[in-house]
Ligand binder design. Sequence first.
Ligand code: GLV
Length: 329
Amino acid sequence: MKPYIYITRKLPDEVLMPLQKHYVVNMWEQEEVPVPREILLGEAEKADALLTVLADTIDEGILTAGKNLKVVANLAVGFDNIDLKVANRQGIAVCNTPDVLTDTTADLTFALLMATARRIVEAAEFVKAGKWESWSPLLLAGQDIHHKTIGIVGMGKIGETVAKRAKGFDMNILYHNRSRKPEIEQKLGAMYVSFAELVEKADFIVCLTPLTPDTKHMFTRDVFKKMKSSAIFINAGRGPVVDEEALYEALVAEEIAGAGLDVFAKEPISADHPLLKLTNVVALPHIGSSSMETRVEMMRLCIDNIEVVLNRKEPKTLVNKEWKPVIKA
Ligand code: GLV
């Protein structure tokens, strides 16, 4: 019998074509509506492989639903939506999509920083609303980016690539990370500092740290209070790393100058969320890696990982390193 692959969002036909010959492929046919839990449970019961997205909660219920599940390939570099402990216990390989999205996500992160600092969204809306009546000296004046200090929290591959972009803007680069990165310090002139020092000194605080029990609500009201009143906070990592109420209060109290957010505590964020009422907040719908080229690469990597595991080999981008191929039905 051909192995069964279930895909939780509609993917383009050309990406799926190579799979059809050797596998039974079934897919949730909607691009924007998540697969309902009951359907996912039913599919997980039958599946040898799941191709999931970050909006799917892949918990114990899903991971133990069937006896045949061998691999979950998540279309994201982050994998906080998957219960790794249970996956390990069940002998299920969990794969993500690092590397292929690094430059694209760094581009978006830097674009968000620039859009927030230079009030680009506000300015574009101003023109389209017919409000531009004359040139004026301080019209929509924002903040400079060049020669300022960027503080990167989470110096993984994306952090390093954001630092490269910052170097091109003659920025002074601070970073905080679980471990020091001497090669990046040497190559880019980045300086390792404590989290406390980073939030106090940076003009742009860029959060790229993964979501773990240790990083949840790392950005509290106290942390925002320690930032410069001119500071701009950028989050392109995971929403729950930030206490959103604290961020809102800090913005309203003018303890910081603005925020650029690609991620939120609850996604999609509701249009009447208080943060979205503030003009100094630039909000995006979690599109860090969303270029056509990169998303297709990510899909191909997921498919490649699935095929490799179904052939009882080690996938390219395995998350649970302790996983070993096991014989299941
Ligand atoms: C996006 O947030 C990702 O983890 O790839």
